[in-house]
Design a protein around this ligand. Sequence first.
Ligand code: NAP
Length: 428
Amino acid sequence: MGTHVRVGLLGCGNVGSALVQLLAQDRAAIAERTGLDLEVRRVAVRSTARERPVDLPDGVLTSDAESVVNDPEVDVVVEVIGGIEPARSLILDALKAGKPVVTANKELLANVGAELVDAAAAAQVDLLYEAAVAGGIPLIRPLRESLAGERIHRVMGIVNGTTNYILTRMTEAGATYSDALAEAQTLGFAERDPTADVEGFDAAAKCAILASIAFGVRVVAGDVYREGISGVTASDIAFADRLGYVVKLLAIAEQADGEVAVRVHPAMIPKTHPLAAVRESFNAVFIEGQAVGELMLYGRGAGGMPTASAVLGDLIDAAHNLRAGSPGRPLSPGRATIRSIDDLRSQYYLNLEVQDRLGVLAAVATVFGEHGVSIKSMEQEGELGGEARLVFITHAAKERDMQATLHALRGLEAVDRIGSLLRVVGPE
Ligand SMILES: NC(=O)c1ccc[n+]([C@@H]2O[C@H](COP(=O)([O-])OP(=O)(O)OC[C@H]3O[C@@H](n4cnc5c(N)ncnc54)[C@H](OP(=O)(O)O)[C@@H]3O)[C@@H](O)[C@H]2O)c1
């Protein structure tokens, strides 16, 4: 049947059990195609008593993950437990023992990735993590291999399905943020505690990994400027729609002048941009390179099966390299110089509630002008003598100047409330 490779699986939840299913179903076909006979030899879980959707032969399942890593009958380790510990220690032990590791753990890579990459480089074995950024979408390998010679300027992605689902419902059904979140929770797209998704933590971890791969530097989750979607209102979405934009939570990694800028925030993108068409829980990553131009990868960013598909691809790669005695090139790059968000330039959308009387608009416009922020367009809603809403789109300005503008607007007596500030991505 092909070269026998024995897999030690750490974790058998959504992703782990999907991988077991895929291998049970396709083992012979994979052997025929790749020359590798992949056997799931040992599986570690937290509780062996738990019901699982997969059948495992007696003696395969254990709650002692360390024994799986150290088993001489395990050649390659797959980590799909999640979180920092014990995943970190288990992976380090596997690498030290000369065993290649495949992981889907974005949290771990975005926080202690450098330590793991160094350990893999020292042991001369593979550490592969295609599934960690956008589940089933092949992204790491295309960036690292197909685009290895490309000068990449910017990688911009919708990398969190939960928030994309919520924003899609707000856009298409006119739902409020809380109704759309409740719906996503009912359908299983959002966790009971949605913080990691809606506040952008999950996307920030992925953004750090993307930047590291795209630019060949070390970027950690803490480097990423982060804002979530919980402040986006139905009225922002309606205005965006009228002005020809959609609101998306974007992870943006840019490189210029030897510095890397990494950020996650809701943004308005033109309806004509390819990312605007990415609906519901789908993910997509838009890459801009010197020679290749614009490129977009689109698909299922999560889910047991799509994620297991990416894990399986890595597993086949690692097993091939192990048998050939030549691991891929483990990269151990230097620390990135991070450009502060204050120095970034973008266009802005600003929603203000003001008293509707003569002179207010002029006062507001003066504050913009004093801080060097030029207004591209303005819309007003409301009757003279009451409350009015002013919506501005600016020309590109520095974040620092825009924040100073906001600060000064807060001090204006005629400004009742500063609503949302959204960055506008796309051509000016
Ligand atoms: N689900 C997705 O769509 C997706 C997409 C991309 C990446 N990922 C990543 O893939 C990883 C796994 O996600 P998942 O959704 O499959 O998680 P999950 O369903 O919660 O499964 C986690 C598994 O790890 C086991 N486990 C927990 N602590 C353990 C320990 N100390 N020793 C041994 N086993 C332990 C659990 O055992 P029990 O079953 O006994 O509780 C469970 O089988 C995470 O890093 C996640 O970020 C997931």
